[in-house]
Design a protein around this ligand. Sequence first.
Ligand code: FES
Length: 89
Amino acid sequence: MLQIKVCIGSSCHLKGSYDVIRSLQATIAHHGLQEQVELQAGFCLGQCTHGVVVQVGEQKILGVLPEQVEGLFAEYVLPEVASPGSSTH
Ligand code: FES
């Protein structure tokens, strides 16, 4: 299960965390990945000046806008879930 964490700390919240979460939810559903991707809201990830911060596995992606979610998904999420046989983490 790949974990995606969206910061909902006050700074990221003000910059639109919930829009990013909604966009991620829609994208996960669109790709039918509800069983492989776990979406979580998390507290401050320590990069407040670069919000909204999204963490995919161990990778932090800074300054995410809702309209960037599709591209972020293609770049960071799909490669992680697309390799069958590497599910041991
Ligand atoms: S509030 Fe999001 S990184 Fe601090």
